[in-house]
Design a protein around this ligand. Sequence first.
Ligand code: A2P
Length: 284
Amino acid sequence: MTHNLLENLTFNDNTEMPRIGLGTWKLGGAEGVRAIRTAIELGYRHIDTASAYANEEVVGQAIAEAIAAGDVTREELFITTKAWNNEQGAAEIPLAFQRSLDRLGLEYVDLYLVHWPCQEKGLYLESFEAMTRLQGLGFVQSIGVANFYEEVLREVVEETGVVPALNQVELHPGFSQEPLRALHQELGVVTEAWSPLARGILLMNPVLDSIAREVGKTTAQVALNWAMELGCSVVPKSTHPKRLRQNLESASFKLSAEQVAAISALDDHAGFGRIFQDPQVFTG
Ligand code: A2P
């Protein structure tokens, strides 16, 4: 499998998204505004937030400042936000969406996601369906899900007749989500990796380190390039300008098929795998 990592990804609704986005979980306050402004100055055009991150106002402020400074236009930006677990339900989703828009200071978002299935609540289907209506009204360009596993993803497609544009899931070296990626490919869903650097804990890994030396890049760049080579979008987070630049530049080199395979094989190593909670049990 080979992709031009510098090209946008195309969704099943024929809209596009830059492959690399800025993750903003835990970004907040003045430091958050500064990091997002810096990211936009460096060339990031895709920013990922969520109502649960409690930083939509910070993201909105950074966007407003960047637009006012002439760094970017709204149309050049791709903004994702997500409905939290207590915002699910047919009646609640439009209200939650309006609250997100108000906090972001935006008139539309590019992508709106159901943040977790929370299967035992039984509201994910009607929540996604409510998003299809928001999309129909033109308030959101594309709609998708996050942390959905096979059973709930198939159910969404079968029951609503709409294929989510994207599923954002935990994915990093050591947890390549191979079966889920195959399902996404079958259905036409883009895979987006959250925590593609596994919160930084994999960056000392000897396999990544030796490949990084071979290609003259950092381990973070290798991890991000690998995920993109698998066809995924990535949303790494950093507050440091040097790392923000490094991460953005991770699309501009090519790993060999053997290097990609060696990183994917980390799935089989003891001690690797999922770091965060399994969405089949996570209720938020
Ligand atoms: P920091 O914000 O201090 O740069 P993930 O996006 O997988 O959750 O990982 C985010 C973590 O990885 C953060 O702790 C971030 O720290 C760190 N990080 C982000 N980019 C890099 C990089 N290029 N090199 C090393 N660490 C990084």
